[in-house]
Design a protein around this ligand. Structure first.
Ligand code: FPP
Length: 237
C-alpha cells in the first residue's frame, strides 16, 4: 500500500465462502463459520490501521433463517460467543460496535448480550464495526417506508427522510463493497447505501481474507475514478 492512496471511508464486506473453506478441509460447515468469526477482528484492525471509519460485515441475512436448523443454531451460538469475548476485546481496540439489522428474533438473553456489547463499546472513538445481523435491504426499506407512512405526508418524503429511517442512519454511504467467495452479486446487501459504491469481487474465501487481499481491494478502489453519474473530461456518464 502506498501513502498516497485514497482510503474508503466506509467498507462493506460480504463474508462468503465459509462452507467451502470447511469442505475443502473435510470439516463440517460450522468449522468454516468458526474460522470466519476469527477473521473479523484482524480484518477490523487492518481496516482501522488504514484509516477506514466504518466497516459493515454481513453476518446473517434475513434469508439465512432458511438454512438448516442446526446451522442456524450454530451461527447464533457463534454470535453469542463473539459478543462474550469480543465485547472486551473491542474495548481494548477502541472499536465501536453497531448493529445494522435486528435482534428482535433472538431470544431475550442473546438480545441482551448483543446490546451490552454495543453499550460497553459505545464511547470508543476508533473504527465503527457494524454487524449486519438479520439484515436485508428490502426488509430495511419496507421498515423505513412503514415509519414514513405513519410520520409524514407523501410530499415530505425525500432521500434524506428515507436515509434517516434506515438501520444505517447517520452513517456515510458505502465507498467500497467487497464480496469474498467468487459469487458476483449483492444478495440484498446495503442496496440503498451502495448506490455509488465501488464493487470488488474476489475468489478468496472469507476465512482466508488477509491484509494482502484487502490491500489489493483498496488499491483497486484508489485507482477507480468515481464520478457519481457526472461527466468528467468528456468521458462516459
Ligand atoms: C457465508 O458462508 C457466510 C455466512 C452465512 C455469514 C458469515 C458468517 C460468519 C463469518 C460467522 C458468523 C458471525 C457472526 C458474528 C454470527 P457460506 O456458508 O454461504 O459459504 P459457502 O458459500 O462456501 O457455502
Amino acid at each position: 500500500m502506498t501513502g498516497s492512496q485514497r482510503i474508503p471511508r466506509h467498507v462493506a464486506i460480504i463474508m462468503d465462502g465459509n462452507g467451502r473453506w470447511a469442505r475443502s478441509r473435510g470439516l463440517p460447515r460450522v468449522k468454516g463459520h468458526e474460522q470466519g468469526v476469527e477473521r473479523i477482528r484482524p480484518i477490523a484492525l487492518a481496516c482501522a490501521e488504514r484509516g477506514v471509519e466504518y466497516l459493515t460485515l454481513y453476518a446473517f441475512s434475513t434469508e439465512n433463517w432458511r438454512r438448516p436448523r442446526r446451522e442456524v443454531r450454530a451461527l447464533l451460538q457463534l454470535l453469542s460467543r463473539a459478543m462474550d469475548r469480543k465485547g472486551e476485546a473491542y474495548l481494548e481496540d477502541n472499536i465501536r460496535l453497531r448493529l445494522v439489522g435486528s435482534v428482535e428474533r433472538l431470544d431475550p438473553a442473546l438480545q441482551q448480550k448483543v446490546n451490552e456489547a454495543i453499550e460497553l463499546n459505545q464511547h470508543n472513538t476508533g473504527l465503527t464495526l457494524c454487524l449486519a445481523f438479520d439484515y436485508g435491504s428490502r426488509a430495511e426499506i419496507v421498515r423505513a417506508a412503514r415509519t414514513i407512512a405513519s410520520d409524514l405526508d407523501g410530499s415530505e418524503v425525500t432521500e434524506e427522510t428515507i436515509e434517516q429511517r434506515l438501520y444505517t442512519a447517520g452513517m456515510p454511504d458505502v465507498d467500497l463493497l467487497i464480496r469474498c467467495g467468487g459469487e458476483v452479486r449483492l444478495s440484498n446487501y446495503l442496496m440503498w447505501q451502495s448506490a455509488y459504491a465501488e464493487l470488488y469481487f474476489t475468489e478468496v474465501l472469507w476465512p482466508d481474507l488477509d491484509e494482502a487481499e484487502l490491500d489489493r481491494a483498496f488499491g483497486e478502489f484508489s485507482r477507480r475514478n468515481r464520478r457519481y453519474g457526472a461527466l468528467d473530461g468528456g468521458g462516459d456518464a
